[in-house]
Design a protein around this ligand. Structure first.
Ligand code: NAP
Length: 242
C-alpha cells in the first residue's frame, strides 16, 4: 500500500507524524505555495500535479492505493477533482474536514459567499484585517478607500495590488493575546475570515469578540459528496481499515 496524503494544513502535519510512527508507506503532497513549509515526517513532494491528467499519471507512476485529503477547506479545486478521480479509479478516498466555526454569545458576525460581497458590508474608510491569504486578495479590489491589512506567511514578492493596502508578515500559530494586542494596535474596524474551522486559528475570532470587532465570515465552498471525517483519530482509523 502507498497512501497519498494531500497536505497543507496542521492536520496533515500531525497525520504525517502518525503515519511515520505506524510505518505506513505514505507520500505527502504540498501545493508549494508557502516558500519554506514546515518539514513533514514522511517523504514529501511539492507543487501542482499538472491538472487532472497529471494527477492520474502521478497516481499510476507512484502506484498510489488510497488518498487521504487533508487540504484546506477552501482548497475546493484539488478536493473536488481528487474525489472525482478516485471514484472513477475505484481508489479509496477520504477527506478530513474540521467542523466549521460558529459565533458565540456577543459575537458580531455577518456571512458572505464570495469575497467581492464584502463591499456591501464594509463602509469606505474602514480599517480591515484580511486573514484570508494573498491568493484571493484580488477579490477585494472593490473595497475602495479602506486601509486593507493582509496577513501572510512569506514576505511579498509584489507590491500590494490596491491603494491603501499593506502586507503584514506572520507565521501562525497566534495566541488570543497576540491577536488582541495586534487588532487594538492597528485599530481594526472589520476582520474578514474564511470559515476554515479548527481550534488553532480560532484565536483571532476570540480576540475580535473581546474587542467588539465585527467579523465578515466567508462561507465554505461546496464539498464533495465523498467519505469525510472530522478528526485525526478518525482519519487514522480510516487508514487502518484499508
Ligand atoms: P485549490 O484552488 O483547490 O488548488 C489549485 C491547484 O493547486 C490544484 O489544481 C493543484 O494544481 C494545486 N494543489 C492544491 N493543493 C495541492 C496539494 N496538496 N498538492 C499538490 N497540488 C496541490 O487550492 P489552493 O490553490 O491550494 O488554495 C485555495 C485556497 O485554499 C487558498 O486561497 C487558501 O484560502 C486555501 N488554502 C489552501 C491550502 C492547501 O492545503 N492547498 C492551505 C492553506 C489555505 P494541479 O491542478 O496542477 O494539480
Amino acid at each position: 500500500m502507498t497512501l497519498l496524503l494531500l497536505a497543507g494544513t496542521g492536520e496533515a502535519q500531525r497525520l504525517a507524524t502518525a503515519l511515520a510512527a505506524q510505518k505506513i508507506p505514505a507520500i505527502a503532497s504540498l501545493a508549494g505555495v508557502t516558500r519554506a513549509p514546515k518539514g513533514m515526517a514522511i517523504p514529501t513532494r511539492s507543487g501542482g500535479f499538472g491538472g487532472a491528467n497529471g494527477f492520474r499519471g502521478y497516481i499510476a507512476q507512484e502506484a498510489i492505493t488510497a488518498v487521504l485529503d487533508a487540504t484546506h477547506p477552501f482548497a475546493a479545486q484539488i478536493t473536488n477533482r481528487t474525489a472525482e478521480i478516485c471514484a472513477d479509479l475505484d481508489l479509496p478516498y477520504c477527506q478530513i474536514l474540521r467542523p466549521e466555526w460558529c459565533p458565540e454569545d456577543g459575537d458580531k458576525w455577518s456571512f458572505i459567499d464570495d469575497e467581492d460581497q464584502a463591499s456591501a458590508h464594509i463602509a469606505p474608510g474602514s480599517t480591515v484585517f484580511l486573514a484570508t491569504g494573498r491568493q484571493t486578495l484580488h477579490r477585494f479590489a472593490n473595497l475602495e478607500k479602506c486601509r486593507l491589512i493582509c496577513r501572510q506567511i512569506d514576505p511579498p514578492d509584489e507590491p500590494f495590488p490596491f491603494d491603501g493596502g499593506e502586507f503584514l508578515i506572520g507565521r501562525p500559530p497566534f495566541t488570543v493575546e497576540d491577536e488582541h494586542v495586534l487588532f487594538k494596535e492597528l485599530a481594526i474596524d472589520w476582520l474578514v475570515v474564511k470559515n476554515a474551522g479548527g481550534a488553532a486559528s480560532r484565536t483571532k475570532l476570540t480576540a475580535a469578540g473581546q474587542l467588539g470587532i465585527p467579523v465578515l465570515m466567508i462561507n465554505r465552498p461546496k464539498q464533495p459528496d465523498a467519505p469525510c471525517v472530522n478528526t485525526i483519530e478518525d482519519a487514522l482509523s480510516w487508514v487502518m481499515s484499508l
